[in-house]
Design a protein around this ligand. Structure first.
Ligand code: PAF
Length: 306
């Protein structure tokens, strides 16, 4: 039986007596739930006694001209899915319940990590995420919280926030859930037309192609495209090779009908790669427009050095 709360006080009153002898997991969402969210719920259920799912389309993480008004709101269908998935409590507050004063005078600044990648085109986004997640943490006071790896930068920023603000909360990152053709599941996929939906898996295919090349250490070879020569090259040349492989991938994605916002390769803590031979645990991150939809994808790569 799933109970839905719309006020902070009622959720707090319910959770208070339970937390003495039960562990609580929080799954923060903006609703319009799909199989990816249900996977987060499964992780939560496997790890905690009580699962709370929040559904809140958070205005502070949307910039001017973004899809705040058109973002799909499907509370009834979402609650039914969460009930089927065995969720205990849904927290679905109004904007005024979460933000008595708008814009909220108190801010969470998430720093330089949020200025890169998605932050370049969405400058206020991650501070808004930091603020709402920090409020949800204070309201629910969970033992753990589950976030999807599709939003890799968001997950990294939340981990940083938990460390910097000393939240006693374990952050669990759950793998990306994909459609059969490889497209990462996202509420924004429904902005795609039928023909765009046919093209959409190309993004993942190209990321996988690049990931395979990097895993083989193609950028560390003198001929990175053939990856046949094992001649030793210096770090600067390897970094140039890496950039050529990235540029080639961007070109291929754009040629299929996307408009790439960014495609970058970073270390898994989202630092720049400075030593192509030492930095072996990498992540490819991309955001690309396809019609009205801005799709995200990423893939972690372990480089095998020659
Ligand atoms: O990933 C999301 O859906 C949102 O950014 C989150 C974490 C629920 C905060 O609004």
């Amino acid at each position: 039986m799933t109970t839905t709360f719309t006020t902070i006080a009622s959720l707090r009153d319910t959770l208070k007596p339970l937390r003495n002898d039960k562990s609580i997991a929080l799954v923060p969402t903006m609703g319009n739930l799909h199989a990816g969210h249900i996977e987060l719920v499964k992780r939560a259920k496997a790890n905690a006694d009580i699962v709370v799912v929040s559904i809140f389309v958070n205005p502070t993480q949307f910039g001017v001209g973004e899809d705040l008004d058109s973002y799909p709101r499907t509370l009834e269908a979402d609650t039914a899915k969460l009930s089927d998935a065995g969720v205990d409590y849904v927290f679905a507050p109004s904007v005024s319940e979460m933000y008595p004063v708008m814009p909220p005078p108190t801010q969470v600044l998430t720093g330089t990590i949020s200025q890169q990648l998605c932050g370049k085109s969405r400058p206020i986004h991650f501070d808004g995420v930091g603020l709402v997640v920090s409020k949800l943490f204070n309201i629910v006071q969970p033992n753990m919280a589950i976030f999807g790896k599709k939003d890799y930068q968001q997950l990294t920023i939340i981990r940083q926030m938990v460390r910097d603000l000393s939240y006693d909360i374990e952050i669990i990152g759950a793998p990306i859930v994909r459609a059969d053709d490889g497209l990462a599941l996202s509420s924004r996929n429904q902005y795609l037309t039928e023909s765009e939906r046919q093209i959409a898996p190309t993004l993942h295919q190209e990321v996988v192609r690049l990931a395979d090349k990097l895993a083989q250490g193609a950028h560390l070879h003198s001929d990175q495209f053939a990856s046949s020569s094992l001649d030793t090259i210096d770090n600067k040349t390897a970094l140039c090779n890496l950039q050529s492989l990235i540029n080639e991938t961007i070109h291929r994605i754009n040629a299929s009908g996307f408009n790439v916002d960014y495609l970058e390769v970073k270390t898994q803590d989202l630092s720049d790669i400075t030593d192509a031979y030492q930095d072996k645990n990498l992540v490819i991150l991309t955001a690309a427009w396809l019609g009205k939809a801005r799709l995200l994808d990423n893939q972690e790569v372990q480089v095998n050095t020659p």
